[in-house]
Design a protein around this ligand. Structure first.
Ligand SMILES: [Zn+2]
Length: 283
């Protein structure tokens, strides 16, 4: 499996794109979050990923820097369907509130000509009963629950509620092969109940808002975010082999990688990745 970081920044960045990424198994693609706007198309173009290759999308939560790019993706997918350029189905997975928001927004914003391809499943597990009503092409909005397993791009994903006290948010863990996992904790510090997924993961994707040495400037804790030091101490404790940090501030872009690595290495003995936008990592 391959990871392509489309964006690596936190919500208010201007020097990079908001955090979102694609997991690829050959030409099977899963897009995770969409960033905050139609810059998602530029990032996909730059990464050499055709929008029509994206059949699966997972949205972690409803914050603008994650969900609004998905509104554009829906428009693009439906437009392709309407023009006969997209066959079969596309699927968007998210918890029920996010599915409801996307469904409401796109019906308020877009023409019926575009939204007629959208099919919303009202309850998790409704798929089988509802499939009989489907016509193709279509875009299915699929609500997921805490602990739900799903095969996507040929791999078993387990979605979990990170139990944020801000807004409901989900992360996921995916089996890369029989024993190895990649776990993504969304954009908040990994909580203790997520350790069952994160511990001993081959890869852990974790947010790091800024350096610990600059916590007084960027105030990560006000938004439930971590510093590089916090994330690295946690990854060491959880015996993670490879740690990918993302969702950062953008005030040191030229030196971000070097400075974050320098701080992180003091606390973490595994392989530390501070990817730039469009960086690819073979998992
Ligand atoms: Zn965010």
């Amino acid at each position: 499996m391959k990871l392509t970081m489309l964006g690596t920044g936190s919500a208010m960045v201007t020097e990079c794109y908001n955090t979102c990424f694609v997991l690829s198994e050959g030409r099977q693609r899963l897009l995770v979050d969409g960033g905050g706007g139609n810059g998602i198309f530029l990032q996909l173009n730059r990464a050499g990923i055709d929008v029509r290759e994206i059949r699966d999308i997972f949205v972690t939560h409803k914050h603008a820097d994650h969900i609004l790019g998905i509104v554009w993706m829906i428009r693009m997918l439906c437009q392709n369907m309407s023009q006969g350029n997209y066959e079969g189905e596309a699927r968007i997975y998210a918890h029920e509130e996010v599915i409801g928001i996307l469904d409401d927004m796109v019906h308020m914003l877009f023409w019926e000509k575009q939204t007629r391809f959208i099919f919303r499943q009202s309850k998790p597990g409704e798929r089988e009963a509802a499939l009989a009503d489907l016509s193709y092409p279509c875009l299915r909005l699929i609500p997921i629950e805490d602990g739900q397993e799903q095969i996507i791009i040929g791999h078993k994903f387990t979605f979990f509620d990170i139990r944020s006290t801000k807004d409901r948010q989900f992360g996921f863990s995916v089996l890369l092969d029989e024993n190895e996992r990649l776990t993504c904790c969304g954009d908040e510090t990994c909580h203790e109940h997520e350790y069952q997924y994160a511990a001993k993961s081959k890869w852990l994707m974790h947010e790091a808002f800024c350096l610990a040495s600059q916590a007084d400037v960027f105030r990560p804790y006000e938004k439930h975010h971590s510093t590089v030091k916090d994330a690295c101490i946690l990854a060491e404790h959880l015996q993670v082999q490879n740690l990918i940090l993302y969702h950062t501030e953008d005030k040191n872009m030229a030196e971000r990688k070097a400075r974050y690595e320098q701080e992180g290495r003091e606390y973490y003995s595994g392989n530390l990745y501070i990817p730039a936008d469009l960086e690819e990592i073979a998992l």
